[in-house]
Design a binder for this molecule. Structure first.
Ligand SMILES: C[S@@+](CC[C@H](N)C(=O)[O-])C[C@H]1O[C@@H](n2cnc3c(N)ncnc32)[C@H](O)[C@@H]1O
Length: 269
């Protein structure tokens, strides 16, 4: 048996991450189902099943994303369920939600679709923020669809989002507004070990990286959607701008994330 203080010290020393102390606290807090204030106020409290706790610490030391261990991910200030095999939502994707909300309001749209829903965070946030819309959300990963349904139930929006195990929008009615955060990393890029623990089909978009994005742009044109909002890689603006020009698409704009990096685009029909 170890005390909270001893367990935190030992866990911090085992973690080769940017902020080992902070991550040790998160892991112990989740393991004990307590909050940070409890751990601080009761550092002599004995930790139950320390062996189990250190299994978690070893997983994290082996570059398993923290969210897969705790099965929780924060997005748009909500706590979503997350499981190994599905991409961990990133904070910059919250901007894509905001951009899509603006588009839906601008066009007074009610039919929205999302390609590559993953854990469902984008569609679920749109459903929570805009009670008048219905959404068709697709993914090629059965694990993602299963998890997205679970999250939709958690937030009480399961009746307003139809989840489809399909590629792109195959078999889905054409939407007014389309949103996607597709895989956009180049297969040539070297990623950090913890990122490589995430599903490769959610990360890599092809040799250049923007192949799926380009397919989605062409699909939006073909389906005559009113507007498309997509997240993209910070270095894909030039390639996508050329693609828009080649396809005689003129009504597009790019947006940046909070670090000032190019992060996405809006295309209007
Ligand atoms: C970068 S993840 C985004 C997940 C989630 N929307 C988010 O923002 O956290 C991309 C998702 O697209 C899915 N995907 C990849 N190719 C697809 C395709 N052709 N059609 C539909 N979904 C696809 C992957 O399985 C993955 O869940």
């Amino acid at each position: 048996m170890l005390s909270v203080k001893e367990a935190l010290q030992k866990a911090s020393s085992m973690l080769c991450v940017q902020n080992p102390k902070k991550e040790a606290i998160i892991l112990l807090r989740e393991w004990m189902q307590k909050d940070d204030a409890f751990l601080i106020a009761h550092d002599d409290f004995e930790v139950n099943d320390t062996e189990g706790f250190f299994t978690w610490v070893k997983q994290r030391a082996g570059h398993m994303p923290l969210e897969y261990i705790t099965q929780k991910a924060s997005f748009y200030s909500r706590e979503f369920i997350i499981k190994k095999g599905v991409l961990v939502p990133r904070p910059e994707t919250e901007i894509l939600v905001d951009k899509t909300v603006e588009l839906i309001k601008e066009y007074k749209a009610s039919k929205v679709a999302e390609i590559g829903t993953g854990s469902g965070v984008i569609s679920i946030m749109l459903a929570l923020l805009l009670p008048q819309i219905s959404i068709d959300a697709t993914d090629i990963s059965p694990k993602a669809i299963e998890l997205a349904k679970l999250n939709a139930q958690k937030f009480g929006v399961e009746k307003r989002i139809k989840f489809h195990l399909t590629s792109y929008l195959d078999g889905v009615p054409p939407p007014q507004i389309l949103v996607s955060n597709p895989p956009y990393i180049s297969t040539k890029e070297e990623l950090e070990k913890h990122v490589l623990n995430e599903p490769h089909s959610a990360l890599f978009g092809g040799e250049q990286g923007d192949e799926i994005l380009k397919n989605i742009i062409l699909l939006s044109q073909k389906l005559r959607v009113l507007a498309l909002a997509c997240e993209m890689g910070y270095d894909q603006k030039n390639s996508l701008e050329n693609f828009f020009k080649e396809n005689k698409i003129t009504n597009y704009s790019f947006y940046q994330d909070l670090s000032g990096l190019d992060r996405g685009f809006i295309m209007k029909g």
